[in-house]
Design a protein around this ligand. Structure first.
Ligand code: ASP
Length: 437
């Protein structure tokens, strides 16, 4: 009983970080013997996935119904534009760090390394991605967990609800109000459940990290260590310079931002899924950053699906790695092509674990580096693929940080942010405990 008491009363983030460190140490020390912990990590991922669709459904409907349709359009265009610009910076960052570190330089690719390359995995085309935004069956999209079609449907439903609520006919407006309250109540309930799930996070985090480090930890310190270092330095540089700079320009303190975003960042890091982290990032935006639902309920799910700065950075560095590893360093023209294709590929990358590694094939092919079984390119690719979980953790953390930073900027410029939430962190702490009880 005492243990339980201690568990629930101690600081949540400290517990999560303890789980993270303990997981890494156990994973490195015991290796694959840590497999017993895998189900505990699975449960954490399943809990988050369980809640993603209901969270989007309730909050996006309420969000879209609370703002004027014209403002919603402006928020959408603004979010899209800033997402694109930051991703452009991200690929360039990746290429700069790749050129500085030159990972793969002078490497001899071991024969047989290509065995792990998946055959027949093709990336969806951009046109297909666009068409699929319109669901044939919204219930089907919800059931399958397809975020973009669900966003599309909820937006229509929410905008419809806004009109019905404001109808001149009293009977109609009252029915609209009832539906609105139902969805609003649903959204609040979901946030409560998210907080409960977070109480389990330390255990889930321990298990997930032990699993990854148990299987691949040692490899990252070997020949691929340089690539891992380059990728992570670029992630950190991008997060501090681009997001930090962006926040400063819009008069938001970067330190406070990272402080508020830490749970979402850690969740992204361990789940390796932007989509899976959505419940936590939405809760962060709403309750800790004081962003109005009309903005975050739309811009965060959108970001989780199309804004992948970490993925773009990773693709830049890895393309350079492959070039060096096969003894054909990328030319300047090839690197320009990489900027364009990485931008598109990161948009098309789903917010699920490992998606970026599959899209990397498309990026490589755009500069003539075909991943064909047995070829040197495939071998170099396979090496990176081998430590993908480790790289995926960082890129997902970067992706989610980007979604939150851009959402802050959009909310700030639209006057949709309660600045009281940014005055001292006591307030955030108070909100934490209010929910934890
Ligand atoms: N796992 C990443 C995410 O969910 C996507 C990727 O694999 O790059 O954001």
């Amino acid at each position: 009983m005492k243990l339980l008491d201690w568990y629930f009363k101690s600081n949540l983030l400290a517990r999560i970080l303890a789980g993270l460190i303990l997981g890494a140490v156990c994973g490195l020390a015991f290796g694959p013997a840590m497999a017993w912990a895998t189900p505990l990590g699975e449960i954490f991922i399943r809990l988050l996935k369980m809640i993603v669709m209901p969270v989007i459904l309730f909050t996006l409907t309420v969000g879209a119904a609370s703002v004027h349709p014209s403002q919603l359009g402006r928020v959408g265009v603004k979010a899209l534009l800033i997402y694109m610009v930051t991703t452009g910076f991200a690929v360039s960052f990746g290429l700069i760090f790749g050129n500085l570190f030159q990972p793969g330089q002078g490497m001899e690719i071991a024969a047989g390394a290509a065995e792990g390359v998946k055959k027949g995995v093709t990336a969806p085309s951009l046109v297909d991605t666009l068409i699929n935004v319109v669901p044939v069956n919204p219930y089907g999209a919800i059931a399958e967990g397809n975020v973009l079609p669900v966003i599309f449907f909820c937006l229509l439903f929410g905008i419809g609800l806004a009109y019905v609520r404001n109808s001149e006919d009293e009977t109609i407006s009252r029915s609209g109000e009832t539906v609105f309250r139902f969805f609003n109540g649903g959204a609040e309930i979901m946030y409560l459940v998210v907080n409960w799930i977070l109480q389990y996070a330390p255990i889930g985090v321990f298990a997930l990290i032990a699993d990854v480090f148990g299987k691949q930890g040692a490899e990252a310190f070997g020949p691929l260590g340089w690539t891992t270092l380059a990728v992570y330095m670029a992630f950190i540089g991008h997060m501090l310079l681009v997001y930090g700079g962006l926040l400063l320009v819009f008069k938001l303190p970067p330190l406070a931002f990272f402080n508020k975003a830490k749970e979402a960042i850690v969740t992204a890091f361990v789940t390796r899924s932007s989509g899976g982290t959505l419940p936590v990032s939405m809760e962060t935006a709403g309750h800790k950053m004081g962003i109005s639902q009309g903005v975050y309920s739309f811009s965060l799910p959108l970001g989780a699906t199309i804004n992948m700065d970490g993925t773009a950075i990773y693709q830049g560095v890895c393309a350079i790695f492959v070039g060096f590893a096969i003894g054909a360093p990328l030319t300047f023209a090839q690197q320009l092509t990489i900027i364009a294709t990485s931008l598109l590929a990161s948009i098309g990358t789903a917010g699920v674990p490992g998606a970026g590694a599959i899209m990397l094939m498309m990026v490589l092919e755009s500069v003539g580096l075909k991943v064909e079984p047995g070829s040197p390119v495939a071998m170099a690719y396979a090496m990176i693929f081998g430590i993908d979980a480790l790289l995926d953790m960082g890129r997902t953390a970067c992706n989610v940080t980007g979604d939150l930073a851009v959402t802050c900027v959009v909310a700030r410029t639209e006057n949709e942010m309660d600045l009281a939430a940014w005055q001292g962190d006591e307030l955030a702490a108070a909100q934490d405990t209010a929910y934890a009880e």
